[in-house]
Design a protein around this ligand. Structure first.
Ligand SMILES: *[C@@H]1O[C@H](CO)[C@@H](O)[C@H](O)[C@H]1NC(C)=O
Ligand SMILES: *[C@@H]1O[C@H](CO)[C@@H](O)[C@H](O)[C@H]1NC(C)=O
Ligand SMILES: *[C@@H]1O[C@H](CO)[C@@H](O)[C@H](O)[C@H]1NC(C)=O
Length: 403
């Protein structure tokens, strides 16, 4: 009900049913067939235990931020106090969509991993989806798309925020999903949930892609890169958005944004989130992190606040201490794509900051490693005023690479 009131001014498009099992047959959605899945993903990974303060309140969250960014605090690698072996099956909420009219590209599956602060709705923006939904743009070009909630977000499992919700485990979850998709067993090994978008896929349905492209945003691009480093042969191409190896990388610390303890910040949304989950405080933090002045519509900033997701604190030291291991088994093309004025990634201005040689070095077997700056845009490319222009670049680039 809250959703409907909130978006009442945006007209009927914003009111597409999101909770009923009734097939949506409006002209906006009948071009895709989707199935919602709960996928059990078995994972073996090696996480680390980091020395850092615990977070059980908003006061703790602020203290954690100041503590981990203090000049005298050892860096993340130096704060490792032990190895955490991960051997468990994660419950992952995912959605597979295929074009209703199957053309030659329907066999190419894009697997998309979003970054911090979002669940899979980052790829399927509900406001004017014909403009802002990357999922719809990719389906319209004939691709099939798998989106999923990373652990600790959306409807996927909420693991321990310190020792489990880290990069190594998340890269292995992406590897697990990719392996299931490649083997054609993704749907049959999952529980099928009531449809929420598109025309439900006929059941039983199975799908075996001929090629898989990995798409990331921000931390999701870093997780995708980690996955390519260790399982490069499982991928045929990569679009790493909100991500750019550049001279300013790391200059904007977590202390530039205000976070609160998720369960205390908004119990109506986040009561289930345990110790160690933080969330961006308000719209001004979200604007600073994701948006660029004149580059967005206010309704999209409100939407980002409405769909924002908590973050597991373990993601911070595990990304800071991760080595950039070259993806030597990955033989596909790579496109890095960042907003021209991305604050978090390039300290507010990506122009002239791309490290081309180092980027090529990360993909020694790739035929093409390129970078593109999306004009007038901040960090969140799907929420930017010119999102559609960016999607055109991404999908056109794939087409030009024969994908
Ligand atoms: C940061 O927290 C650690 C505990 O995890 C503590 O040992 C250290 O003294 C703190 N550093 C600062 C600068 O507060
Ligand atoms: C962390 O500190 C150690 C020792 O000072 C240094 O060798 C290492 O490069 C640092 N790591 C990062 C990621 O800055
Ligand atoms: C929108 O994005 C496209 C692709 O990057 C670009 O060619 C175009 O100039 C952009 N439009 C504006 C108004 O920035």
């Amino acid at each position: 009900m809250k959703n409907i009131l909130h978006f009442a001014s945006l007209g009927p498009l914003a009111l597409l049913p999101t909770v009923t099992g009734t097939p949506t047959k409006s002209p906006q959605t009948n071009f895709k067939q989707c199935v919602q899945l709960e996928v059990p993903v078995p994972v073996i990974a090696q996480n680390h235990h980091y020395d850092m303060p615990r977070i059980d309140s908003t006061t703790d969250a602020v203290h954690w931020t100041l503590n981990t960014t203090a000049w005298s605090t050892p860096n993340a690698t130096e704060r490792i106090t032990g190895i955490v072996p991960v051997k468990q099956t994660f419950r992952i909420h995912a959605q597979l969509c295929v074009p209703t009219k199957r053309g030659p590209r329907a066999d190419i599956l894009q697997i998309a991993t979003q970054g911090r602060g979002f669940d899979k709705r980052y790829w399927e923006v509900e406001i004017r989806p014909e403009e802002y939904s990357y999922l719809d743009a990719a389906i319209s070009k004939g691709y099939s798309v798998l989106t999923y909630d990373r652990i600790g977000t959306g409807e996927s499992e909420l693991p321990d925020a310190y020792d489990i919700g880290q990069i190594p485990a998340q890269a292995e979850i992406l590897a697990g999903l990719t392996t299931l998709a490649r083997s054609g067993k993704l749907v049959s090994s999952s529980q099928i949930l009531p449809a929420t978008t598109g025309i439900p896929l006929p059941s039983p349905f199975e799908f075996q892609p001929s090629k898989i492209i990995h798409v990331g945003h921000s931390l999701g691009s870093f997780i995708t890169f980690s996955f390519l480093s260790s399982h490069g042969a499982l991928s045929d191409g990569a679009l790493l958005t909100g991500f750019l190896l550049n001279k300013q990388l790391g200059t904007i610390a977590v202390s530039h944004f205000d976070h609160e303890f998720a369960a205390q910040h908004d119990p109506s949304r986040f009561a289930a989130y345990p110790s160690g989950y933080i969330v961006l405080t308000g719209q001004s933090d979200i604007q600073k992190l994701f948006f660029r002045k004149d580059g967005f519509e206010p309704a999209l900033l409100e939407y980002a606040e409405k769909i924002k997701q908590p973050e597991a604190v373990g993601e911070y030291p595990s990304s800071d201490s991760a080595a950039f291991v070259p993806a030597s088994e990955f033989k596909g093309p790579v496109l890095f794509m960042a907003g021209e004025y991305d604050y978090a990634l390039c300290g507010g201005d990506c122009r002239g900051q791309y490290m081309e040689e180092e980027s090529r070095g990360l993909f020694p077997a790739s035929p093409k490693v390129e970078a593109y700056l999306q004009p007038g845009t901040g960090h969140a490319l799907t929420l930017a005023g010119n999102a559609t222009g960016g999607f055109g670049v991404m999908l056109g680039w794939l087409g030009d690479r024969g994908l």
